[in-house]
Design a binder for this molecule. Structure first.
Ligand code: PGA
Ligand code: ZN
Length: 427
């Protein structure tokens, strides 16, 4: 691998898919310039690395001028005219410069934008595609991930009444990414028609991740509509297309009680509820079933259904290796969600993924609800080779950018296998 002497480290403000400011960085060696943009969550975990915002009245406090100043000031000064062997060295330099456990001095958004742009610079300088470079950093064999597509939006991603945040389809029964995405697109369109027929024209309005927001209150009603529209699109629920949910339960948890589907539930009752859902519907994956501090409740549910269903921790782990280690020790889940901006550098994201997969867990690369058209995570998922990606509905520019990049990689590299991920009992 070629070393790089950084000659350019800059940043500017762009808008994310919710219309809020975010940061786009530029890195260059005087010959090539690469850019990268960072996303932003809504149902963020309490232990995520800090997203630095300006406060004040501009943009309702969400400005990123301070983050930009940190890129062009201290971060640029620590990188420019210096030679680096890889993105790991760049990340380490920024982590040391920041000096805090949660990147609160410089901002994880500032640091990540440079880390991602730097990874692209290393890939370009070495004549590699980004996923090939990620694969060299991770030491893993590339594979095309099975997509998990969020086609009904609830929770804080939508103005509806569903407590569960995400209702996803998992087209894992197909030979390649093209067939999987064709089925997903057809199901998305059939769901749109189905919801309009059932609930009227407003039912096809959409939420932050491009999924529909029908006027339903109950989890089962949303799942039922999806199952019916899978069939109406000519596919077979439980054979080629499966379902998944992200409860994002921290958002409906208060003082030991979960408020869902018009009921108040204790952790054990909620566990029974998830188990009954998984027996009625072809659910292969459940994310954040409990609050972000509930390692023990996660572990109890994992013991009950972890051999049949993928149980993903997102807000509980926040892509943080210390928290993932705790989850491994306590057997809190059998999978982790992987988000770059929860931890704030590319190399720490790779390391968290490796920690999880080496402990026998699944790792699912994910977008955020506030996204840009940057397709970095498509390459990240392929280069990590962990087999799954979650990046929204098969609609809206910032979501399809990632699916389109997956198809571009698969077209250009027919030798890369389509993941045959195992969902713990259900293929
Ligand atoms: P967020 O949602 O980006 O709003 O955190 C995504 C998720 O919870 O998986
Ligand atoms: Zn989540």
């Amino acid at each position: 691998m070629k070393r790089i002497i950084f000659e350019q480290v800059r940043a500017r403000q762009i808008f994310d898919s919710r219309g809020n400011p975010t940061i786009q960085a530029y890195t260059g060696d005087g010959e090539i310039t690469t850019t990268a943009s960072v996303p932003s969550g809504a149902s963020t975990g309490r232990h995520e690395a800090l997203e630095l915002r300006d406060g004040g009245i501009e943009f309702g406090g969400k400005g990123v001028n301070r983050a930009i100043e940190n890129v062009e000031g201290p971060i640029a000064s620590s990188l420019i005219h210096r030679s680096f062997a890889d993105v790991r060295e760049v990340d380490l330099t920024m982590i040391k410069l920041d000096g805090t456990p949660n990147k609160s001095a410089l901002g994880a958004n500032a640091i990540l934008s440079v880390s991602m742009a730097a990874a692209r610079l290393f890939s370009r300088k070495n004549g590699l595609e980004l996923f090939e470079y990620i694969s060299s950093v991770s030491g893993r064999r590339p594979s095309i991930p099975v997509p998990m597509l969020n086609i009904i939006n609830g929770g804080v991603h939508a103005g509806g009444e569903l407590a569960v945040q995400e209702f996803l389809i998992v087209p894992s029964g197909f030979k390649n990414i093209f067939d999987a995405l064709r089925a997903s697109s057809e199901i998305y369109q059939s769901l749109k028609a189905h919801l309009k027929r059932k609930y009227g024209p407003f039912a096809s309005n959409i939420g932050d991740e491009g999924g529909f927001v029908p006027p339903v209150k109950k989890t089962e009603d949303a799942l039922q509509s999806i199952v019916e529209s899978v069939t109406e699109a000519g596919y077979s629920p439980g054979t080629d297309v499966f379902l998944a949910i992200d409860a994002a339960a921290s958002e409906f948890y208060r003082d030991g009680i979960y408020v869902i589907d018009g009921k108040e539930m204790e952790p054990a009752e909620l566990g029974d509820y998830y188990i009954s859902l998984a027996s009625k519907f072809p659910i292969v994956s459940i994310e954040d079933p409990y609050d972000e501090e509930a390692f023990e409740d996660f572990a109890i549910l994992n013991k009950r259904i972890g051999s049949k269903v993928q149980l993903i921790g997102d807000d509980i782990y926040v892509t943080n290796s210390a928290r993932i280690r705790r989850g491994i020790e306590m057997k809190s889940s059998n999978a982790v969600l992987i988000k770059l901006n929860q931890i704030g550098t590319v190399s720490e994201t790779v390391d968290s993924s490796l920690l999880a997969v080496n402990a026998g867990m699944n790792a699912v690369v994910s977008h955020r609800s506030g996204e840009t058209t940057d397709d970095f995570i498509a390459d990240l998922a392929v280069g990590l080779g962990t087999g799954q990606i979650k990046t929204g509905a098969p609609a809206r520019g910032e979501r399809v950018a990632k699916y389109n990049r997956l198809m571009e990689i698969a077209s250009g590299h027919p030798d890369i296998p389509f993941s045959s991920v195992v969902f713990f009992g259900r293929k």
